[in-house]
Write a protein that binds this ligand. Structure first.
Ligand SMILES: [Zn+2]
Length: 82
């Protein structure tokens, strides 16, 4: 088995570990429903991407959930216009 000839200095170890830290996720705001979303992805709350509906999020919901979600989206649209 290979044995390391020299131990790494603290600086060398630090430079190597510099790239291993976890970066903060950059979140954008959905222009339709104002929920935080990842950039370049479809909003899973309202199913819109770049102003057009891509996913029908209301399709698979139960009647009760559907009503609540529709109301939530309408409230955001109303507050946006004021
Ligand atoms: Zn949205």
């Amino acid at each position: 088995m290979a044995v390391p000839r020299h131990s790494h200095t603290r600086g060398k170890v630090g430079r190597s570990r510099m790239h291993k830290y976890i970066k903060n996720v950059q979140l954008n705001v959905c222009p339709k429903c104002k929920k935080p979303i990842l950039s370049h992805t479809v909003c899973l709350n309202c199913g819109h991407y770049k102003g057009t509906e891509v996913i029908n999020v209301l399709g698979k919901l139960t009647k009760k959930d559907k009503k609540a979600r529709e109301k939530e989206i309408k409230d955001v649209e109303k507050s946006d216009t004021k």
